[in-house]
Unconditional design. Sequence first.
Length: 211
Amino acid sequence: IDINKCIYTCQGHCHYSSTLIQKIRLLATYNIMRSVKLVSELPNLKAVPCNYYVDNHHKYSSPAIIDTNHDDSLIPIIDFSLLSSKDPHQHSKVIQQLGRACQQWGFFMVVNHGIEESLMKELIGVIKEFFLMGEEDKWTYKGEKMFDPIKYGTSFNCTSKDITTYWRDYLKLSLHPQLHCPDQPNNFREVLGEYGEKSRKVARKLLSGIS
């Protein structure tokens, strides 16, 4: 199969028949194409393939218009450091902000959480290194079950004709109570372990404030 002849583009809707989608899936069957990364690197790919975007967007409600000139329309920001403040007024205020964010928004941004930016950049770096590894090396971590502690995968091999799939390759890891991590890159376990421990402390403190 000529890979380049199997590429199709999207401009508002798919201009090509579903047989092309089937041909690309056939490439995956023969392990010629096994990940979104490989598809994205094809020289003739001009747009995200049709089965990766929602064409019937009109069926979904329009997003609410956000008035950025009003404080109530801004995403809540929680100063994590104030959760440990010895000033009862500051501590009480951030607890109220946290409760209001959960009730009115369901999510919030955390600042001053104490996790070093250098550590987060290092984590992003080793994750990028993992996804740049050879396909065979990555697929040794594919796992067999949904809840395997280490599971590498992709939505590329989805066999359904009607499902809009995610434009992604992924790596799912279980960090607690036991750290599970690929052997490569060499410093992956060390960096992930440190980040997991620190982020878990942040999460526990936030949950304590919410409760």
